[in-house]
Ligand binder design. Structure first.
Ligand SMILES: [Zn+2]
Ligand SMILES: [Zn+2]
Length: 856
């Protein structure tokens, strides 16, 4: 029997205070991508946070390193203070009239990383106030990396868009002096050079740009690679004079949403996801990024007359109709309060060139609910059931024949007040809709109050107010914890005793991680009692990952059962990184009273995956397949091994005292993965060789793969098939070599420094040390390479990715796609064709499915 103690108090997994102010609230304001990165929007731009969870990178520097203080209190504490003072940047010189009170302001962050026992033993404990401190994970809060994007505030491109020339009543209300962030969304994963997500930002000037990470998505710059407003402007036929009203409104985007990946395995690696933009002229336009890595507007669809528009959208998941087509629904909220749905179908189309592409079919929109002129505050699909909220009410639509609930029609629920603190009422905007288990939904409002809906599948109804309150109180406790420790609030209220009930948690967005109770939100404390109105420089917001623990209803399965489920039927790692898949389960384990509770269960689970996969693989034979990307990313056994490998590595670092116990599993999984990959590569090269010869670089690559395969089959005598494949490839290669009369010397691997032979570990006889590319097994001899963000693998860069993303020019013209275009002059050159295909097929790390980072 597995133990899964849910009687767990609320836990703060991570918090961080950011200077600045929140934008208006919306459920989209905080969101996770499929790479395990979280964005939240501020007035000035977008912050991107990445937790340090399943990675071999060393942890990001924190504001203060608590271990410094433990080791040597006397000598280091002043350094620690200085460090803390420097890292907490207060904008606009907030300290001009208010001195930053380091003692009062920063002793709380000093202890935030420690659990209670350590704090009590600390000599400095007299300084630590005995005020309530919420439970933290045993090893301290989860750290995270941080970077961000600032939207174009200056409006330099306004002249280029030409949209300010039109002075009509409808249009002039659009022009704001201060441009802020209106919305930011993630693309599906697997679209950037690094195998991750793009970010799309919408400004309050209703302008849309797309951003891609340059070399390190966690801490470095994201570049603007496309300005969709500028592309739209380019689609308007050139003419004399200003834009017409319709054209001008068509350029103004009101909301953005990107669909998920299409789930047909035969099209893996061929992006068919759709970006939908709604504009001020009452239209929806559909965009693709696709194979040529360039944004195209595919279609536009009229929804309503000028004067109204689509204010928010939600994509359903894709439903597979047959082997060749998928269907998704795009739900729309209109300014008149009505709800409409557009059905979108994508179908595989065989082009005359032999290339397969996605065809697009868009049905006209149909109305689901006429509305009552009240504003819709949020909209979301839960499988094929649509949920939307208005101030004080929740509405659920289940179509006939839906596969989620046992009823159909539209159902409305009136929310009741939960909590007695300032602004706790049922009328605030909804900032989160999540399904906790099969039968329970949780609705979160901007005051951080929660409303539970029960019996979702049979007859949805509002839960007893105590159930909702219990959950709301857990979030409230977490809020009061950071209210008491927020340095800027302490500075402003140092003479007044803090009365939490007068404070409201003005929360801009709330999202769950999928499974379990942990949620992510960004909140700014506001006092209504004192009518506190601080200037922007003195305001701050707090990013939180918290688990309400036992206050939340339990998921359907225990954490181990749920992990077993995803290990036997993993989402495709090309579309979702292993760290992101595991994140909700690992966060749950970290919030247990002691994570070591789960250690034995995890060990048992990993051992059974290892045994099961060995059986599976002994029965398997590689089929020749020319499509390497399909070979690497469709195989469910391989994805299961990768996921188990990442989980085993996490156990090694999380349970240091039992690392020895987990290490053999990690190693065995790693060897199984390598032998799978080598078998796939060799089968692919053999298939290729039967239709033509290969160049010297490719020959060197093939021989290196053979060497690695032979070495692996020596180590693991079981792999007969690996040595057989190696022998087969070797004989094909030498036949081909004779036919071409190639000289052996030209392609044999030599140390670039001394021209001696290099061993399998990458060390030559003179002791020069080189790293090997985890994909091609060639030596990495120049600074252009990529490293895996999750495991220790490194890899050469495909030629197409050598240059970093090209930023749009002053006029907003995009040039980035040019990096991926084949240069006809070089297409004759086949010297390293196989190497390039192999590297390009490694969209993500082949060993673990992790996303890449570039060295330079
Ligand atoms: Zn050497
Ligand atoms: Zn990796």
């Amino acid at each position: 029997m597995t133990i899964d103690p849910y009687d767990n108090p609320p836990t703060i997994l991570a918090t961080r205070i950011f200077p600045g102010i929140l934008p208006s609230t919306s459920q989209h304001n905080v969101s996770w991508n499929e790479d395990g990165q979280c964005l939240f929007i501020t007035k000035k731009g977008v912050n991107i946070l990445t937790p340090h969870l399943t990675t071999t990178f060393s942890p990001p520097p924190t504001l203060v390193d608590p271990t410094l203080q433990l080791k040597d209190n006397n000598n280091n504490s002043s350094n620690v203070r200085n460090q803390a003072g420097n890292s907490f940047v207060v904008e606009d010189g907030a300290s001009d009239d208010d001195e930053v009170d380091l003692d009062g302001g920063l002793d709380e962050p000093l202890i935030s990383g420690l659990d209670n026992t350590t704090t009590n033993n600390n000599n400095n404990s007299s300084k630590v106030k005995s005020k309530i401190r919420m439970k933290r994970p045993k090893n301290g809060e989860i750290k995270f990396w941080n970077t961000g994007i600032e939207l174009d505030k200056e409006g330099k491109r306004n002249d280029h868009y030409g949209w300010n020339e039109y002075n009509d009543e409808i249009d002039t209300v659009l022009i704001e002096k201060d441009v802020t962030t209106r919305q930011a969304i993630w693309s599906p994963s697997g679209l950037t050079d690094l195998g991750g997500s793009l970010l799309v930002g919408l400004s309050s000037a209703m302008q849309v740009s797309v951003y891609a990470p340059r070399n390190d998505p966690y801490t470095k710059q994201w570049d603007e690679i496309a300005d969709l407003t500028s592309i739209m402007k380019g689609l308007i036929p050139p003419k004399e004079g200003p834009l017409s009203l319709k054209e001008s409104l068509g350029l103004r985007t009101m909301s953005i949403q990107w669909s998920s990946h299409l789930p047909l395995p035969s099209m893996i690696g061929i992006d068919g996801s759709l970006l939908a933009l709604s504009n001020r002229a009452g239209k929806i336009t559909f965009w693709s990024y696709g194979l040529d890595k360039r944004f195209h507007q595919l279609r536009s669809s009229d929804v309503c007359q000028i004067g109204g528009w689509v204010s928010d959208m939600a994509w359903s998941e894709w439903k597979v109709l047959d082997d060749e087509s998928c269907e998704a629904h795009l739900a729309l909220t209109l300014t008149d309060g009505s709800i409409r749905v557009i059905t979108v179908i994508r179908k595989i189309e065989l082009k005359s060139s032999g290339r397969r592409e996605w065809a697009l079919d868009i049905h006209p929109s149909f109305m689901i609910d006429r509305g009552d002129k009240r504003t819709i505050t949020s909209i979301k699909w839960i499988e094929d059931v649509l949920i939307w909220t208005k101030p004080g009410t929740v509405h659920i639509f289940a179509g006939e024949g839906n596969r989620t609930v046992q009823w159909n029609g539209i159902l409305s629920l009136r929310l009741e007040r939960v909590g007695n603190w300032a602004s706790a009422n049922a009328l605030g905007p909804c900032i989160g809709i999540n399904r906790i288990n099969r039968d329970t939904l949780v609705i979160v409002l901007s005051s951080l109050t929660t409303h539970i809906i029960e019996n979702f599948t049979t007859s949805p109804q509002l839960a007893h107010p105590h159930t909702s309150l219990r959950n709301a109180l857990a979030l409230r406790d977490i809020f009061e914890d950071h209210l008491h420790s927020d340095p800027l609030i302490k500075i402003r209220f140092r003479s007044i005793e803090m009365q939490p009930e007068g404070w409201t948690a003005n929360t801009s967005g709330w999202t769950s991680l999928g499974w379990g109770g942990a949620g992510t939100w960004v909140t700014e404390p506001m006092s209504f009692h004192t009518l506190d109105n601080a200037t922007e420089g003195k305001r701050s917001m707090t990013f939180v990952i918290g688990n309400p623990g036992k206050a939340r209803l339990s998921p359907d399965e225990s954490v181990i059962e749920a992990l077993k489920g995803i290990l036997s039927d993993s989402p495709k790692l090309l579309y979702c990184s292993p760290g992101r898949i595991l994140m909700p389960y690992l966060l749950h384990i970290l919030s247990l009273r002691g994570p070591e509770f789960m250690m034995d269960e995890l060990f048992g689970l990993l051992s059974s995956v290892l045994d099961g996969s060995q059986d599976d693989l002994s029965k398997k034979k590689e089929q020749g397949n020319e499509n390497l990307i399909e070979e690497f990313w469709v195989d469910a056994t391989l994805d299961r091994l990768r996921l188990a490998y990442v989980l085993a590595s996490w156990c090694e670092t999380t349970y240091p005292s039992s690392a020895e116990k987990f290490r053999p599993i990690t190693n065995a999984l790693s060897i199984l993965i390598s032998s799978q990959l080598l078998a796939k590569l060799m089968t692919w090269v053999i298939t290729y060789l039967s239709s033509g010869g290969i160049g010297n670089s490719d020959r060197q690559f093939s021989s290196q793969v053979i060497k690695s395969a032979n070495q692996l089959s020596d180590e693991k005598s079981k792999s007969h098939s690996l040595s057989q494949l190696a022998a087969e490839l070797d004989s094909k290669l030498s036949k081909d070599g004779m036919a071409n009369n190639a000289e052996h010397q030209n392609w044999e691997e030599r140390c670039p420094a001394c021209h001696n032979e290099v061993g399998s570990e990458g060390i030559c006889s003179k002791g020069h040390v080189w790293s090997r590319c985890s994909i091609t097994h060639l030596l990495v001899t120049h600074p252009h390479y990529r490293v895996c963000s999750t495991c220790p693998a490194i890899s050469l860069l495909p030629k197409k990715h050598l240059s970093v993303p090209i930023v749009v020019d002053d006029q907003g013209k995009d040039h980035d796609y040019r990096r991926f275009q084949v240069n006809p002059e070089h297409s004759e050159e086949n010297e390293d064709k196989l190497i390039q295909v192999a590297l390009e097929s490694a969209v993500c790390c082949l060993n673990c499915g992790g996303r890449w980072q570039r060295a330079v």
